[in-house]
Design a protein around this ligand. Sequence first.
Ligand SMILES: Nc1ncnc2c1ncn2[C@@H]1O[C@H](COP(=O)(O)OP(=O)(O)O)[C@@H](O)[C@H]1O
Ligand SMILES: [Mg+2]
Length: 395
Amino acid sequence: MRLADVGTRDAQRFATSIEELDRVLGGGLVIGSVVLLGGEPGIGKSTLVLQALAATRTADRRALLVTGEESAAQVRTRADRLGRACGHVEVLAETRLEAVVGALESDPPAVCAIDSVQTLWSEDIDGTPGSVTQVRAAAAELVRLAKRTGTALVVVGQVTKEGSLAGPRLLEHLVDCVLTFEGDATGSYRVLRATKNRFGSTNETGILEMTEQGLRSVDDPSALFLGDLAGRVGACAFPAIEGSRVLVVEIQALVSPSHAESPRRQAVGVDRARLAQIVAVLARHGGIRLGDHDIFVSVAGGARALDPAADLAIALAIAGAHKRTPVDPPAAVFGELDLTGAVRAVGHFERRAHAVSGAGIDVAIGPESNGAPSVPAQWGAVVNIAGALETAFPR
Ligand SMILES: Nc1ncnc2c1ncn2[C@@H]1O[C@H](COP(=O)(O)OP(=O)(O)O)[C@@H](O)[C@H]1O
Ligand SMILES: [Mg+2]
């Protein structure tokens, strides 16, 4: 068949109207596709799928929840808490693969969620329920089924605290889209990311808040990740590109004398290898030698700053922590640091600058080679790490 003659019904989607979920999916659930939703217990997977089913269901579009982890009565309790729309979602409490496939085949729903794939098992397959062979066979069967019936399928996969995925990792190559749901289960904010997506970008991040009435999309995520920087030592704002939006995040550093033979270098939300390089550049080109200090760098609130544009913000956070001096007035910082100590231009310059200004920060420090941004009011153009240190910590 010529490609020009191939139909494109595959691109049809059901928007879930949960804004942050749709953003990460690339617009909604795609007909006949399979989404794997992974996350630790208690993070909110069952809540998210029930809300998504309730939101996609209409008078002529059925939504089915297959529950293996919880009884129908337990799901009902959650549905009552989440709101009236959930009452229209159909529920099937079943763990036998053949029975689930039979139900989905005889009367295919438009959307279906399986919670969780680990609970499905078949007598015809070796291994105990939840074992690698069982989970893989069940997932493969579900993928074939979705393609055949056109049902948009969401499959929940449990991830254990130890990070070993007796599920999701194993299934990544089978499904169309892999979503990971992260965050501190004891806090209320959750981050949703796509690590694979055949129908959208993998750069998008969804930010949700767990409330009494379920998960709610967060409108202004920068406010979540960015604290008040005034007078704080070892903290810098950084405008991180997250798909179609810019999140202004807070990079924090702590530096303390080390008693260990090899001092600690801890990175949370930033790249470890880049951290090592930044510390070396600070020593060689910035005159800040920390060979006998432990260094901890982290991005507040579980956000990430993995792109090289974060280098300069990481460097200034570390330098400020070491000098015990806040950047004053508080500044957003961006720029890539190369091995010669030069500060290189970054992509998305104007977008970053606008996000900084939108977050209420009046000062930005960044690469001279990017030119001057239209906002914020005060622009500190720098060409190298020594100049950046002068600008951020004038004597
Ligand atoms: N009454 C409630 N009010 C607010 N949040 C609740 C309530 N009950 C449960 N939760 C939240 O829901 C979470 C469990 O969500 P759930 O969807 O069952 O997670 P998972 O399926 O990933 O294990 C709990 O950790 C808690 O944060
Ligand atoms: Mg659950």
